[in-house]
Ligand binder design. Structure first.
Ligand code: DC
Length: 222
């Protein structure tokens, strides 16, 4: 099996790198952040409390699909929901860390993630992939970058999408989310002992892919 775990804080480049690796090695890309964002989205759109939300979440059949080259989180139950931009809204982003700190929500989503990883060759990104979801992954990476660089990247994404937000707001949001993700009791953001850490500050996407590709290619050849 080929399972690649990528963890790291917001804006460290996880999803961009994961998508490239998925294409390169023919892996299924699982954006676990999108699954936590979906939990937050459900909370906002259904007005349920956290307990009711867990039951609802457990019933949902969550997968990922490509449409016109873009990846969507797909929920197939009574009707089919394709979600992408809704999950990255400011409303969802501002409550997702709190939702993701709930033990029962994490249990429900971790179960789904483990199931996908047991049946497929995957590249999965998140905060607890190397530590909790796939502790026996063939490759584990922990991406990092300075807070300022990460905020710059996220700010650029927002500007490109036409979202009205200031750089300082983006920086504050990332800082707050990092703190919550690192300090929470259950499955906090943490480098697995055997993960390879890459500081992506000042590196291009191609630089990071090349570092990871060299490590994987070398190991596969051995
Ligand atoms: O990577 P992201 O910004 O889309 O993640 C959204 C939130 O979900 C983030 O605040 C941390 C949380 N998360 C988590 O707790 N565990 C994961 N495996 C993935 C994301």
């Amino acid at each position: 099996m080929l399972r690649i775990a990528i963890d790291g804080p917001a804006g460290s480049g996880k999803s961009t790198i994961a998508k490239i690796l998925a294409k390169k090695y023919g892996l299924l890309y699982i954006d676990t952040g999108a699954m936590y964002r979906f939990a937050a989205y459900l909370m906002l759109t259904t007005n349920r409390n956290l307990n009711e939300l867990v039951d609802l979440l457990e019933e949902k059949d969550i997968t990922f699909e490509y449409k016109n080259g873009e990846q969507y989180l797909v929920v197939k139950n009574d009707d089919i929901l394709y979600l992408k931009d809704e999950l990255r809204s400011i409303e969802v982003t501002s409550i997702v860390s709190k939702v993701a700190s709930n033990k029962d929500i994490r249990n429900a989503l971790t179960k789904k993630q483990k199931k996908i990883a047991s049946k497929n060759n995957v590249v999965m990104d998140g905060r607890d992939i190397g530590t909790v979801v796939i502790p026996d992954a063939e490759f584990k990476f922990f991406l990092n970058a300075t807070l300022n660089e990460r905020a710059k990247r996220r700010y650029k994404d927002f500007v490109e999408k036409g979202v009205k937000i200031t750089f300082d707001e983006v920086l504050e949001d990332i800082k707050k989310r990092d703190e919550m993700d690192v300090k929470r009791e259950v499955a906090p953001l943490k480098k697995a002992d055997d993960a390879i850490e890459i500081d992506t500050t000042g590196l291009t996407i191609e630089d990071v892919v090349s570092i990871i590709d060299k490590i994987i290619s070398k190991a596969i050849k051995q």
